[in-house]
Design a protein around this ligand. Sequence first.
Ligand code: ADP
Length: 167
Amino acid sequence: MTRTAVYPGTFDPITLGHMDIIRRGAKLVDCLVIGVTTNPSKSPMFSLEERLAMVRREIADIPGDIKVVAFDSLLMDFAEREGASMILRGLRAVADFEYEYQMAGMNQQINAEIETVFLMADVSLQPIASRLVKEIAMYGGDISKFVPPVVAAEVGARVDAIGRKGS
Ligand code: ADP
């Protein structure tokens, strides 16, 4: 039986933390489906198409059977459609725990056949969050330690277009 996992997220933008989780996850399963949500409630900096292109480009060199798919439905429906038996989530700190715990618990009740599995990124990458990357960039800070080089350039260009804060 092929073991498939879905790794869902907004990836606005994809960070080195996400990539570390993807690398680890891809080793655990036969097929990893990265699910990129539309998530309009988060008013993303990058459009769905831009985020899909970014993720596809950045994971191209990661070994394993990995595909990148957009979704705009209930996560458990998406996972079922993809034939997944696992939802992969990254866990950072205590702050993530509360939300993830609740979501995993509710998803368990929606579909008990699909397990949520949590992975931890490398210690050095754990504090990275897309939200903070955008905030640092908005204030003209250096984000090259947190995202791949091309993503850093894309965030920089987007911030220039929107207009930096504090300038
Ligand atoms: P969401 O909007 O679903 O939180 P994100 O793109 O912010 O989407 O994150 C997707 C997943 O990756 C989440 O499970 C999140 O906890 C995890 N993640 C993000 N950054 C890191 C990191 N630095 N280390 C470990 N997990 C992470």
